[in-house]
Design a protein around this ligand. Sequence first.
Ligand SMILES: Cc1ncc(COP(=O)(O)O)c(C=O)c1O
Ligand SMILES: [Zn+2]
Length: 411
Amino acid sequence: MKFSYVSHLHCPKCNQKYDAREKQQLCECGSPLLVAYHLDELKKEFTPELLTKREANLWRYHEILPVEHEENVVSLGEGMTPLIAMPRIGEDMSISNLYMKDEGIIPSGSFKARGAAVGVSKAKELGIEELAMPTNGNAGASWALYAARAGIKSSIVMPVNAPKITRNECAVSGSNLYLVNGLISDAGKIIGQAVNDFSLYDASTLKEPYRIEGKKTMGLEIAEQLNWEMPDVILYPTGGGVGLIGIYKALTELQYLGWINGRLPRLVAVQAAGCAPIVKAWEEGKSVSEFWPDSSTIAFGINVPKALGDFLVLDAIYKTEGCAIAIEDQSLLAEQQKIAAIEGAFICPEGASTFVAARQLREKGWIKDGEKVITLNTGAGIKYPDTVQVEVPILQPGDRIRKNTNSLSKK
Ligand SMILES: Cc1ncc(COP(=O)(O)O)c(C=O)c1O
Ligand SMILES: [Zn+2]
């Protein structure tokens, strides 16, 4: 068997095909490109049993990843993150079958490592020597680190308000890092200029085709971890929406291979009330979103006022009969604390938004009794220390402490 069954790139808007062995960015029509595989060929030879002896990382799915030669794989051991039962918070929101896919324990502390591992590996295979990208923090951190491992130079621009630790991750990896007084869309314009000025590989969200393939592995893993039985609902914190597009792509590929059957899970795009362009478009039944002015949210990774792949996100929601929902910052912060206090998981604010969404959709009856529901925690809470305000008493040697009267941890 071959290492990869990659066939070509195709445009989901105008159907034009491109060679996956050449450097490609967007389609001529401006749309992101998607990777196609020889699934018919693969169907004959590829079986779930083949996976059982492989290492517990995302490269176990190499046949349906775009890297053709194993020596180009740049890995820090990413993937196969746990799918954890969340019975106590589940009970609290009347969802008896609640699970969290925990991306907080992956290299660089967020699921962005998946897109970076696959994207950088493919960049290496294509002979790229220097890449550039705008970021809300986590993606830049992951790409800077994986690029360093691959010996590829990186230039990164992020908003000044992005989580501070992500600056350090870029800086420590030797990236050419800048902060911008503005949003990711402003960073994007600056990177666009640099890409033109210095002929760099543009690794912006969806401007190279391979990040989706990395994020797709979340969907492959969820399916494998559930023994190829589909859950009812998957909730995803949606900024650029790459993860949601990727999960949908993964599931349709698995369907084609015959590894999963029946209905696909309803995909839910969770956004912040202060930046909800996909939610607005979905509520209006539209197929593309509009730029969301003056966006702001504490869940920084989902502060994306206009996503290039919005039409793909909306398509995945419509096709799976999912929905889109916006969450207030104060609700997700309260949920973040509650989850840590009753489940012991310190998750990121973006991840917390998916739990609030599950809670609200259950209250509305959209999530039904007994349904299997999966939330995505896309990063580690420890990357966002400022979301937790603490007042800790300082003792003098010999002082005494009080008994724990905290009501949440008793539940
Ligand atoms: C922690 C976290 N969650 C979610 C997202 C949104 O990711 P996507 O572009 O796949 O919508 C980001 C993006 O920066 C992020 O950092
Ligand atoms: Zn096109």
